[in-house]
Design a protein around this ligand. Structure first.
Ligand code: COA
Length: 260
């Protein structure tokens, strides 16, 4: 599949998807959102893809937000539709993907860019990264899940302050807030993320998918996370990976998971 606004490269179990509009600081226009959806779907369907890394091209921005030029003349109805479609096909889609998605935040992650990073399963930042939800400075609010995911990750008070001030925090403050898991030099970011992906890939991909859905259940309205965990735990017992994992342990050898 060929893309205009993103790059998708597969190597050794890892697909790296790069938002590739550096001249617009990788701002998310509709077509980029659609292409990301398609690339993620393709990666999800490919059993060889064990981990997805999402990043931005260039050394300045991860994603500097939704493309402001596209929605500046929208009315109430189109504004709501923009958020609804985006949440469905990209942000919620990533969060609920059975394949782990790591955000490699390599610069500005603002507005929809930070929302994109927050929809990923976890985040690693380069030391030049700057993060914020500046939407109220444009007369709007975060619409791609930012008002929900930011308080989940950093706590309500910090989220309120970040959203109300429209300010940016640097990578170390993001680390301190728990918004990112690690901060590394910019030129080490890709390899650092690949190193974590390789650790993930040693484990059962089917168990990891079940774990993602159980952890996500903690944050879903009307869903009992403990019950979801019981169900997901039980599901693992029906997999070849479970048989291989437990057999390998008892035979004192390294597991070779079939991913089924
Ligand atoms: N939507 C559309 N275009 C954007 C964009 C966005 N969110 N963010 C950056 N761009 C474009 C700029 O318009 C500029 O395009 P141009 O060269 O055709 O004029 C280009 O990307 C480079 O950005 P520029 O502002 O010149 O870079 P800078 O280094 O001076 O500033 C930022 C960097 C990130 C501080 C600034 O671009 C910015 O504030 N962007 C908007 C962030 C935002 O509000 N995001 C939330 C959107 S809901």
């Amino acid at each position: 599949m060929s893309y205009q606004n993103i790059l998708s490269e597969y190597s050794n179990g890892i697909t790296i998807i790069t938002v590739n509009r550096p001249e617009k600081l990788n701002a998310l226009n509709k077509s980029t959102i659609n292409e990301l959806h398609n690339a993620l779907t393709k990666a999800k369907q490919d059993k060889d893809v064990k981990v997805i890394i999402l990043t931005g091209s260039g050394n300045k921005a991860f994603v500097a937000g939704a493309d402001i030029s596209e929605f500046s003349d929208y009315d109430v109805k189109r504004g709501a539709e923009l958020a609804q479609v985006g949440q469905k096909i990209l942000f919620d889609y990533i969060e609920n993907l059975g394949t782990p998605v790591i955000a490699a935040v390599n610069g500005f992650a603002l507005g929809g860019g930070l929302e994109l990073a927050m929809a990923c399963h976890f985040r690693i930042a380069s030391n030049n990264a700057k993060m914020g939800l500046p939407e109220v400075s444009l007369g709007v609010i975060p619409g791609y899940g930012g008002t929900q995911r930011l308080p989940q990750l950093v706590g309500k008070g910090r989220a309120m302050e970040m959203v109300m001030t429209a300010g940016m925090i640097d990578a170390n403050q993001a680390l301190n807030y728990g918004l990112v898991n690690h901060v590394v030099e910019q030129d080490e970011l890709a390899n650092f993320c690949i190193g974590i992906a390789q650790k993930i890939m040693r484990n059962s991909s089917v168990a990891i998918s079940q774990a993602i859905s159980a952890i996500n259940a903690n944050f879903k309205d009307g869903v009992n996370g403990y019950e979801k965990e019981i169900e997901a735990f039980g599901n693992c017992f029906g997999t070849e990976d479970f048989k291989e994992g437990t057999t390998a342990f008892l035979e004192k050898r390294k597991a070779n998971f079939p991913g089924k």
